[in-house]
Write a protein that binds this ligand. Sequence first.
Ligand code: ZN
Length: 185
Amino acid sequence: MYAPPVQRLITELGKLPGIGQRTAQRLAFHVLRASPEDANALADAIREVKLRIRLCEVCFNLADEPRCRICQDERRDAGLICVVEEPGDVIPIERTHEYRGRYHVLGGALSPLDGVDPEDLKIAELYERVVEAPDEPIREVVLATNPTTTGEATALFIADGLRERMPQVTVTRLASGLPVGGDLE
Ligand code: ZN
């Protein structure tokens, strides 16, 4: 129906989550109407994140250096680790300005049906971090996975693993009262 370059853009936009065929078309026409500068800025931004963003070597949050800003920040309490599923889950917790510890980003939640097993997440790395604690002993691990079936299963699994390895470390969950079906954000 469209010239091949237009169709290609629609196809690529349609691969984004929550973008159906109609929205992909609408966005493609928006890009076609945009100035060359704006369209290139979008393309460059996509190219740049793929080139420059990697995972923090300590906590697996997004970073443009070997360590993320939070892990580099000496004022953050290194004895406290908050475990979240995705890098995006760090943001709502930071927005509260109540948490002064560090993070550990798992990269998802356990879901055997979808083929997500413990070794697919940064769980072994978390245990290693808690056991070895190069900066200072870990006092507490806060499990801030989402209040979903997979998030709860992940929290239980990690709590068991930590209890086995480091029984002296306090393991806590986020206070309940999050709405059912709501996610961390
Ligand atoms: Zn980090």
